[in-house]
Design a protein around this ligand. Structure first.
Ligand code: DGJ
Length: 739
């Protein structure tokens, strides 16, 4: 039993393998947060609710504000006198704010319900149990269900909220966040992921001060500027020790993650849909569903958090039939040609790549309408036959004749003003009356809250994909949302635009997958602007960044792999000097870094010298031999370049410790220095391991057989390498030599 209710103390106790979570209810129905942390046998003390400090319930009338200032709410509401951050703001028919929730009932069920129209974690009745707490605001007739799904094996609790108008007033919701937690401060810092286009998901630790610290996106996408994740770490937390409370959001639009330190040194952490610009009408009988937030706690540093989340996303969020399959090595021509191509150039690239072992060809932007640059053509989803002579089928057949799969790029949510679609339907773009909408990459955002707009783009796209019998689709999205006006929503519903947009996009992706259930689907947004758990529900991989420089990628992939399984990260080998930073890195290092993700090449391989093609053939062989370790293994970060080390090192080990792969990348080499010790993890301490150098130079391993405990405790010496060089070591347990 993962969930228990103790009626004598009115406490709910949720247990995973290593953690417990407690909720307590007061006599008068306030629902409070009691505990989250290492697993405990019992939760019987209600003192965590602090009722002895704030006036007891009977005296609420006199000192209610003092009670609201310190009660550790499980789901705080706004307007009644708790001045800390609120999760639910409601405006009555008379325009008055205020909401207070009181406990009414509970249900415990095996399994987990989904969320209509939203991505949602899943699991069987044996894998997950769900608690629903019904709360009510009797004045408004508002019914709020707090949902907690407990994934015991992964140490994950998934929270979401359903808000139903059970009264007679027309209500408006000013915000509906998904999760909140009130805790005593223990010197916490907040861990977040920040960045920009080309520099996505760089981790950063923020020391907390009193007041509110916000990690958020107001751009209509989860964004590269901030990631929908917040971790609270105790002092000294690193990869292996210390505590972290983590929240990640299964949503792809704007979000708010916030840590607020109160005057009493209590910490409130909230996560949910970005409230700025949000205003949702809730008519009598209607329900609003808030997306899911993923919670995990680790007492073994950020490494355990990472492994909890990786297992959880693999088993309980990613649906794709591809999630456990080795994916075909792709060749994408984008960085090699940009818009300058026709089918014969594409076929030449595909043929050269096939010869090196690539298995799938991806045709990127530029194949439709008048799309010769990024100034025109978006929205016109018919094949440009000047470029693709004879149409898409001819190209697809030529690619298949090479023995390759065929993939296609699309950007369904956007329109260029210079397009037939926009000329026919100017009101289909999101824009404000009387104002010239802000362009980005010379494009506008389509109002996909409207069914007719969704249909108008999906139908021609699906036709092309059917004609081509596409094996793979890359769904791009190349700007943020601004000028938030919809011609289809009335004046009272404009505040629903951003969330309805996300729901519309999810519906379009659902439709694509329903028509192509076997599709290998990749999301992308100007690189990694929409790399979030919501998108992983639709696509098992997401393009991580338009920055493909191997060294820049170290930070980006470090941030992403703290949260998401390695195979989710789209990672390609591109040409040097690198298009973004001009850096020249060795082909082997580019491949060793890209191989941590869903691997491919992105270049005009017809220009590649023969000796490099030889290396590529070897890389392809290595991918097939070793990439399954990334697919099934546990990830351990051994050293972080982003934390001021001159090298970066990570490894994956199969859960039983039988095999492991270590990647070591020198960032800058230094003269006259000694080698560096690394300390592998996840090995079987009692076994012996054979060690083989599978990529890189720098001397043979002197002791090719070492014991697991020695490797993990005494370490493994890596020789000094030159700028940007790398090594990959394969460790395999040798049963014959078992001690
Ligand atoms: C942005 C993507 O991140 C790139 O990979 C490429 O597909 C371009 N868009 C095409 O316009």
């Amino acid at each position: 039993m993962s969930i228990q209710y103790f009626s004598d103390t009115h406490i709910f106790k949720l247990d995973t393998e290593r953690t417990s979570y407690g909720i307590g209810v007061t006599e008068d129905g306030y629902v409070g947060h009691l505990y989250y942390g290492p697993r405990v046998r019992r939760l019987s003390a209600r003192e965590g609710l602090r009722l002895h400090e704030a006036p007891p319930p009977a005296e609420l009338g006199r000192e209610k504000l003092a009670f609201l200032a310190s009660f550790p709410f499980e789901y705080p509401t706004g307007g009644a006198g708790d001045f800390r951050e609120s999760c639910l703001d409601v405006i009555s028919e008379q325009g008055k704010p205020g909401c207070e929730l009181f406990y009414r009932d509970y249900r415990i069920m095996d399994g987990k319900p989904g969320l209509p129209g939203l991505p949602a974690a899943f699991g069987t009745e044996r894998e997950v149990q769900t608690l629903e707490l019904d709360l009510e605001d009797p004045v408004l007739g508002l019914l709020v269900t707090l949902r907690y799904s407990v994934f015991a094996a992964e140490d994950v609790i998934v929270r979401s909220v359903l808000v139903r108008n059970g009264g007679t007033q027309r209500l408006r919701l000013g915000r509906v966040l998904s999760a909140s937690m009130d805790m005593d401060n223990r010197g916490f810092s907040a861990l977040g992921m920040f960045g920009a286009w080309g520099r996505e998901c760089h981790k950063e630790s923020i020391s907390l001060h009193h007041g509110r610290q916000v990690i958020s996106s107001e751009r209509g996408v989860s964004s590269p500027q901030a990631h929908p994740f917040i971790g609270l770490t105790t002092p000294g937390t690193d990869e292996e020790k210390g505590e972290i409370y983590a929240m990640n959001f299964i949503y792809s639009g704007g979000f708010l993650a916030e840590a607020e330190l109160s005057m009493f040194d209590q910490l409130r952490v909230v996560m949910g849909i970005q409230p700025r610009g949000f205003l949702w009408r809730l008519a009598p009988g209607e329900t609003f569903a808030a997306p899911e937030a993923v919670l995990t706690y680790s007492a073994e540093g950020t490494g355990r958090m990472t492994r909890n989340l990786h297992r959880f996303y693999r088993e309980h969020l990613i649906r794709s039939p591809w999630k456990n399959r080795t994916r075909p090595i792709l060749i994408n021509h984008w960085e090699g040609t940009f818009f300058d191509y026709d089918s014969s150039r594409l076929i030449r690239i595909a043929a050269a790549a096939r010869e090196c072992g690539a298995e799938m060809f991806v045709m990127d932007d530029g194949w439709f309408g008048a799309r010769d640059s990024d100034n025109a053509g978006l929205g016109d989803w018919f094949v440009n036959e000047e470029k693709l002579a004879g149409g898409i089928c001819v190209l697809a057949e030529s690619i298949r004749a090479l023995g390759m799969k065929f993939g296609i790029w699309v950007e369904p949510e956007m329109v260029n003003p210079d397009s037939e679609l926009f000329r026919a339907h100017p009101d289909w773009a999101i824009q404000l009356d009387g104002r010239e909408p802000s362009r980005s990459r010379n494009q506008l955002v389509l109002d996909i809250t409207r069914r007719e707009v969704r249909d108008a783009v999906m139908e021609p796209i699906l036709n092309v994909l059917h004609e081509a019998e596409a094996d793979y689709v890359k769904w791009d999205m190349n700007r943020y949302l601004s000028d938030l006006g919809s011609a289809a929503l009335d004046e009272e519903s404009q505040g629903e635009l951003l969330h309805r947009y996300v729901l519309g996009m999810y519906e379009m992706q659902e439709r694509l997958l329903a028509e192509f259930p076997e599709l290998l689907f990749e999301n992308c947004s100007s690189g990694g602007a929409r790399f979030d758990p919501g998108m992983l529900y639709y696509s098992p991989q997401i393009w991580s960044s338009d920055d493909t420089d191997a060294i820049e990628r170290l930070r980006i992939q470090e941030g992403l792999s703290m949260l998401y399984p390695m195979t989710c990260m789209g990672a390609h080998v591109s040409e040097v000097p690198n298009d973004q930073v001009g850096r020249v890195t060795p082909l082997e290092t580019r491949a060793n870094v890209a191989m941590a993700g869903s691997f491919g090449y992105e270049l005009d391989i017809t220009r590649t010298p023969e000796e490099e093609k030889e290396l590529m053939r070897a890389q392809v062989g290595r991918y097939h031999r070793y990439h399954p370790l990334y697919e099934r293994g546990e990830y351990y970060r051994l050293r972080s370049w982003s934390e001021a080390e001159p090298f970066d090192c990570w490894m994956v080990a199969l859960p039983d410790g039988s095999e492991a792969l270590i990647t070591y990348v020198q960032v800058l080499g230094r003269p006259n220095v000694g080698g560096r010790k690394i300390y592998p993890r996840g090995l079987d301490p009692e076994a012996e391991y054979r060690i083989a150098l599978v990529s890189g130079e720098g001397g043979e391993q002197r002791e090719p057989v070492r014991s697991g405990d020695e490797l993990m405790r005494a370490g493994l010496l890596m020789p000094p390498l030159r700028d940007f060089e790398s090594r990959v070591l394969h460790l395999v347990r040798s049963w014959e030599d078992r001690i």
